[in-house]
Design a protein around this ligand. Structure first.
Ligand SMILES: O=C(O)CCC(=O)C(=O)O
Length: 321
């Protein structure tokens, strides 16, 4: 077995599915590792042009914050769809101007912090220092949607994430987030907000249909060194006839997926970076699991001072919405 170059000697040790060891690098390195586990059998097609940049005037930070503070008219059908499918895509959560403003800010933050040579660039905890990102991450509009979808009174923040899949970067492997987040609840939801219109060729987030589909993957041995897990999940879904929703996102459309939702994303074969603000929230009252694994990354950064078995309610986990 060839060891994965993104792993340290400690995390590489043992069998390919041995993950009961702490992650010992940063979260950006975690993403580099995780993306390397994607099976990229063949290019899905030729390079194509990406979406045109937003042409209208950019709203002020205050206007963005005001928009993000207003409630979203969530339909009963959307809540029912989320319960049945473990994800839902909602149109018009953000205005096109807000999308463009957030894209410009996340680009600045990523460019300042992350090596431009990396194909999948990530940055988290931006909300602690950037007021515009804070308005989005602590948005009553987004937090309200998440609480309503989970049918709970209150959600707390787990973390924010800027994710930039650069032109030419490959697939995101199949996974479900309950495998990652060291939280003892599956009442966890990620708001995945693309920061441009996102056609299929750009690799929009794609979902395995059906709330129980994760069970097909639960018995597949994880492979921390290579792509066998991702490939086996694809095969299991094909054999079971699982439908995959991999359609485009319009500007301002946001998807919400639970931690049991199986999801993936195609590579980006456009000439524009696929930028996303992905923010995760959980039902108030959740605890840290007894034994987090290396798949949880540098999780202490997101829940400082909170050990295994303890309720997650640190200053970095405010109630949202
Ligand atoms: O953006 C991607 O390609 C993956 C994101 C993801 O898996 C998530 O936000 O849960």
């Amino acid at each position: 077995m060839t060891s994965n170059p993104h792993l340290s000697a400690a995390t590489a040790a043992g069998a390919a599915d041995h993950v009961d060891v702490a992650w010992d690098r940063g979260n950006d390195q975690w993403w580099d590792w995780y993306m390397s586990l994607a099976d990229n059998p063949a290019a899905a097609g030729p390079p194509v042009g990406g979406p045109a940049p937003y042409a209208g005037p950019l709203p002020s930070d205050d206007a963005v914050a005001a928009e993000l503070a207003t409630p979203y008219a969530l339909s009963r059908d959307a809540v029912d769809f989320f319960a049945a499918e473990s994800y839902v895509k909602l149109p018009g959560v953000l205005s096109a101007g807000t999308v463009a403003r957030l894209r410009a800010r996340l680009r600045e933050l990523l460019d300042a912090a992350v090596d431009p040579g990396v194909g999948f660039r990530s940055l988290e905890m931006m909300w602690l220092t950037d007021p515009l990102v804070r308005a989005a991450v602590l948005s009553p509009r987004i937090g309200g949607i998440c609480a309503a979808l989970l049918r709970v009174d209150r959600v707390r923040l787990y973390h924010d994430n800027a994710l930039s899949k650069e032109p030419g970067s490959g697939r995101t492997p199949w996974h479900y987030d309950a495998h990652h987040f060291p939280l003892d609840t599956t009442d966890v939801v990620t708001a995945w907000a693309p920061l441009q219109p996102t056609p299929r060729e750009m690799g929009p987030l794609a979902f395995g249909r059906g709330a129980d589909t994760w069970r097909l993957a639960a018995g597949i041995p994880f492979d921390k060194h290579g792509t066998t897990y991702d490939r086996a999940v694809s095969e299991a879904f094909r054999d079971a006839g699982i439908a995959v929703e991999d359609g485009p996102f319009a500007a301002g459309e946001v998807s919400f997926h639970s931690s049991l939702c199986m999801h993936t994303a195609a590579g980006n074969r456009t000439d524009v970076a696929r930028m996303v603000l992905a923010t995760t929230y959980f039902a108030d009252g959740a605890r840290v699991v007894p034994a987090p694994t290396m798949i949880s990354g540098d999780w202490q950064k997101f829940v400082p001072g909170t050990g295994p078995g303890e309720v997650v309610a640190s200053a970095r986990n405010p109630v949202v919405g």
